[in-house]
Write a new protein. Structure first.
Length: 501
């Protein structure tokens, strides 16, 4: 099992000034030499360097105290999550899975070898506790792919001890700057090695300009959501908090964009992709829905007086939740390794590289995008009106749910249009999000009542009282009724939501 560590560090360059004594910085009692380590690391990537493009590093390193495989994901500037697996001849499957959304069927090759002579020193407090590890690294980089060269440099690396206060790094940096040491221009050794050893023919081309046409704007939004799916994949595999929900939202945004902007991107091409995105969102939604309902039912039960809780109701809810989670989790991991999912990622890449643009894609963005957003909003208007006219019951529940789905679609279309439409789109996003939350409260009540009926039947079959489930069911009905009563006034406040577009 790979170990995970949050790495917080900063890198510096120094001409000839070297490393100053850091004793006394932030109350440090001593600056202790720990000897010299010889590190030898081989970095792996695809031939087109997909990992490097995402600031992800994968290496096999010998020497030092942590020989093995290391996989690092960016979290924030100077902050990365590092996963460490024991040394082996081949890449451990656990780490291979975490880069699969980027690598897919492409072979991982050794691209750079970094040999480093590391002079390690510890900044410690009065009790000898580690505050930070400071290293002076003499680096020799060698590109292992055809046409590559070599490079050498010396850098200073300051890594905060586990659980340390990041403010310490600011104080260390202040001392280093006074000594003539400056922050490194490269985010990592690998980034510098790739930049300084790249063959001339592979120098990066000039970046594209700002979006100009309607197609530019829509594709920029599509690209952002595609990137989100790929980048969230490792977090979903690691069961990181909110990762499944965020990935599901990205897939929904993509599908909604294809539907909303059918005059920009040919739906004969995008509809089949949308079907696959719907499938993926459904698989991602299984555990997310369970999570939302568990939180809702648990909170509702907490509001019931102890004397009205009859039977093992909390245990029933927890048992249902655990069983649903275990089943959904195992299935989802299988989905992320499936050919169907990886083919979907390839299809999205191909669509972005060679988009099925229609005539409207070449026009100025404001009119084209505003037209699409207004069209979606009119659909919301019709569905809300339909729901208001129906009597309470299943038909109204379905209508409200459909209105919620179209509300999300309108919100995502307005999000895509914000760079072109400005404040009116921003205001529409805000109002659609509020409406989505209101209608979502109603849908959550519908789903909660369904689960309560199922749990009640199980409890009854086991000879337990179903009283508390009925009580919770009644309270959920009241919550839904409050939403239905609030909807007309809420809607009247936003029904001119596309004004100004």
């Amino acid at each position: 099992m790979a170990e995970t560590k949050r790495e917080i560090e900063r890198k510096y360059e120094s001409d000839e000034s070297g490393l100053p004594d850091l004793t006394g910085v932030a109350g440090a009692a001593a600056f202790v030499g720990k000897g010299v380590a010889h590190l030898d690391a081989t970095y792996y990537d695809t031939v087109d360097e997909r990992l490097a493009a995402s600031s992800v590093t994968l290496r096999r390193r010998t020497g030092g105290s942590d020989s093995g495989w290391h996989l690092k994901f960016p979290v924030a500037p100077g902050v990365r999550d590092e996963l460490h697996a024991p040394l082996s001849d081949t890449l451990p499957e656990e780490l291979a899975g975490l880069v699969r959304s980027r690598v897919r069927g492409t072979e991982l090759l050794p691209v750079v070898r970094l040999r480093c002579e590391r002079d390690v020193r510890h900044l410690v407090d009065a009790d000898g506790g580690l505050l930070a590890e400071v290293a002076v690294d003499a680096v020799h980089a060698e590109r292992l792919t055809a046409g590559g060269g070599e490079a050498q440099w010396t850098e200073i690396e300051v890594e905060l001890a586990d659980g340390g206060d990041p403010a310490l790094l600011d104080k260390v940096e202040k001392r280093l700057r006074k000594a003539g040491v400056r922050p490194s221009a490269s985010a990592s050794k690998l980034a510098r090695a790739l930049a300084e050893t790249v063959p001339a023919k592979k120098r990066p081309a000039a970046s594209a300009g700002k979006p100009v046409t309607a197609g530019d704007h829509v594709l920029a939004y599509v690209r952002t959501q595609r990137d989100a799916v790929v980048e969230l994949d490792p977090a979903v595999r690691r069961d990181a908090e909110d990762s499944v929900h965020s990935m599901r939202v990205a897939t929904r945004r993509l599908r909604s964009t294809f539907k909303s902007f059918g005059e920009v991107l040919d739906r004969e091409v995008t509809d089949p992709v949308g079907d696959e995105l719907k499938w993926l969102a459904g698989e991602l939604g299984l555990d997310r829905d369970r999570e939302v309902l568990t939180e809702r039912l648990t909170a509702a039960l907490d509001g019931v007086p102890a004397g009205l809780v009859r039977g093992p109701v909390p245990e029933r809810i927890n048992s249902w939740s655990s069983a649903e989670h275990d089943g959904a989790r195992g299935k989802l991991l299988g989905i992320l390794d499936s050919r169907r999912y990886l083919a979907l990622l390839d299809t999205l890449d191909a669509l972005i590289a060679d988009p099925p643009l229609l005539k409207a894609a070449g026009r100025k963005p404001r009119k084209v995008i505003a037209k699409a957003v207004k069209k979606d909003f009119r659909k919301v208007t019709g569905l809300v009106q339909q729901a208001r006219e129906l009597e309470p019951g299943t038909d109204r529940d379905v209508a409200i749910h459909e209105a919620r789905k179209k509300t999300k679609r309108t919100r995502y279309a307005a999000e895509a249009g914000k760079p072109a439409l400005g404040k009116p789109a921003k205001h529409l996003v805000k109002s659609m999000k509020a409406l989505q939350n209101l209608l979502g409260e109603h849908q959550d009540s519908v789903m909660a009542r369904q689960i309560l009926r199922e749990l009640s039947a199980v409890a009854h079959a086991a000879g337990e009282s179903a009283f508390t489930y009925g009580l919770l069911h009644e309270r959920e009905e009241q919550r839904a009724a409050r939403v239905e009563a609030e909807l007309p006034g809420f809607w009247d406040g936003i029904k001119d939501g596309t004004a100004g577009l």
